[in-house]
Design a binder for this molecule. Structure first.
Ligand SMILES: Cc1cc2nc3c(=O)[nH]c(=O)nc-3n(C[C@H](O)[C@H](O)[C@H](O)COP(=O)(O)OP(=O)(O)OC[C@H]3O[C@@H](n4cnc5c(N)ncnc54)[C@H](O)[C@@H]3O)c2cc1C
Length: 475
């Protein structure tokens, strides 16, 4: 940390010491488990937005996340923030009453972290302003991906985001942000110019590469562990028409295709993006590549992939679409209905024939027992590598791909979790870790942050010395 960070650290520690002394020194417990009821009315009086408690009419719908499997969770209360002062008031209240905090934006946490039982949820969805300014855009932390892309499209600009239209831009950015523009421009967090953050330890700050750079470092991939973000400013890129090609391969060639895909992509122009899905659907194996290129380049790219893979496609579907039509095509529409996904991830440094065979073997084993599940293999090369592994909290800058193991709408979520745990074990040392935005319960934080963990812990100790902020990762 630089001297600015040190000054911030001292200020926060001083304030927090007072708050903790006033509240006592016992460990933090969820409000629902504490003996006395927190003085919620005192908090309500400070807010411009709503405070919802269990029993309030809108509480049940307000705590709903994307995934219905978390509908049974019961946060202590929800603050629907109407501005940064509400976030500051909520953070101070949590600190004084020793209540865990959970930030909630788009609500797509894979572990339901943004509606944690017993926590005071700070819902930033009301902070939804989008302000384009030349080649930058400033957004409130409650903005979702498609809403932002549609607004930028009107100005001829875009932003590298993920594909799901309803994912929160804040949550996506804080964990990294992988999408079809990653090879060309880098992760979503690589486009971040500055952000405003409320710190659970006290106060708020504007951060950038020159203002509190240690905190800014943590926001880029640290997964929301350093504070509650209220606004974010990004560098934008030109909106472009795209070719979107789905290439189906014979499933028995999946290992060869995966090996060839990795080789082909490593030498491909950065404007070409592709991922690979190897799936088991009720016992049927599948292998499909998605290729996204600037308009007019899809067929050349497809020929490059099939030639390097040494396997002819068994089917190809190609379309040329303008920027927003492509956005909706990739996102499966302009919105995504709520659904349950059990998911987990690995990160691989390389995809050798042996590693490809192991990955395909995990899916083949799943298909042999007639079960459903797939692995989505997203590249981490191109512009993702322009940032050094220790230059932001996102550590996977010299790696080849993320593997996301997914079971959609599982009949038996525990079985899906066991399968994913088996996948991690089977991959063994070939896995370097996991992607923070695909968080799983019970994982060691070093899996997500590797060599950046200690620095991230030290930022977190400064901004959230009582460890109030809950992100789904066990710090
Ligand atoms: C259907 C689906 C598709 C996805 N597609 C992609 C994809 O293409 N690419 C990709 O990279 N990821 C993808 N993800 C993962 C997604 O990026 C993460 O789940 C992300 O954390 C979601 O952010 P959110 O704001 O929607 O969720 P929330 O549940 O609101 O937040 C998730 C976490 O982000 C943090 N957070 C959110 N808002 C704030 C804030 N204002 N201040 C501080 N911390 C905050 C908190 O730690 C919170 O627990 C997808 C997830 C799903 C469910």
């Amino acid at each position: 940390m630089n001297s600015n960070d040190d000054r911030l650290s001292r200020r926060i520690l001083l304030r927090t010491a007072v708050a903790v002394t006033a509240a006592g020194t016992a460990g933090l417990v969820p409000a629902s488990a504490s003996a006395s009821t927190p003085p919620w009315d005192a908090l309500r009086k400070q807010l411009r937005g709503n405070l919802l408690l269990p029993g309030d009419g809108e509480y049940s719908s307000a705590k709903q996340l994307f995934d219905p499997q978390f509908d049974g969770d019961s946060p202590a209360a929800i603050v629907e923030a109407a501005g940064e002062p509400d976030v500051l008031a909520a953070a101070a209240f949590a600190r004084d009453n020793r209540i865990p905090l959970a930030a909630r934006a788009g609500g797509h946490s894979y572990v339901g972290a943004s509606a944690t039982s017993g926590a005071l949820v700070v819902d930033v969805r009301g902070l939804s302003d989008i302000t384009p300014d030349g080649d930058q855009v400033t957004v409130g932390a409650g903005v979702t991906a498609r809403a932002l892309l549609a607004r930028l499209d009107a100005t001829g600009r875009s932003l590298p985001l993920g594909t799901c239209p309803t994912v929160g831009v804040a949550g996506l950015t804080l964990g990294g942000g992988i999408g079809v523009d990653s090879r060309r421009y880098g992760l979503t967090c690589d486009q971040l110019v500055s952000a405003r953050v409320v710190m659970p330890g006290g106060g708020s700050a504007q951060t950038s590469s020159t203002q509190l750079p240690g905190l800014f470092w943590a926001l880029r991939g640290g997964g929301g562990s350093a504070g509650i973000v209220t606004s974010l400013t990004y560098r934008t890129c030109p909106a472009q028409s795209r070719d979107i090609v789905h290439v189906t391969f014979p499933p028995e060639a999946a290992t060869q295709v995966l090996t060839g895909w990795a080789r082909w992509l490593s030498a491909a122009d950065r404007s070409i993006w592709s991922n690979l899905t190897i799936s088991s659907a009720a016992g049927q194996l599948g292998c499909e590549a998605l290729i996204v290129t600037p308009a007019g380049q899809g067929s050349t790219a497809t020929a490059g992939l099939t030639a390097t893979a040494g396997t002819p496609a068994s089917g190809t579907d190609s379309r040329t679409l303008d920027h927003m039509a492509a956005t909706d095509q990739l996102g499966g529409g302009s919105t995504t209905p709520r659904s349950t996904k059990v998911a987990g991830s690995d990160v691989v440094a390389q995809i050798t024939p042996a590693i490809a065979a192991t990955i395909v073997g995990v899916i083949t084993a799943r298909s042999r027992v007639g079960a459903t599940g797939y692995v989505l293999i997203d590249p981490l090369d191109g512009a993702v590598r322009d940032t050094a592994p220790d230059a932001s909290a996102f550590p996977w800058r010299t790696h080849t791909a993320t593997l996301q193991w997914i079971v959609d709408d599982p009949g038996d979520p525990a079985d899906a979790q066991r399968w994913i745990a088996d996948a991690h074990r089977t991959l063994g040392p070939a896995s370097a870790g996991a992607y923070a935005n695909y968080v799983e319960l019970g994982q060691d934080p070093s899996r997500y942050y590797a060599g950046n963990l200690n620095r991230l812990r030290s930022v977190r100790t400064t901004t959230d010395p009582n460890g109030l902020l809950h992100t789904g990762i066990a710090w």
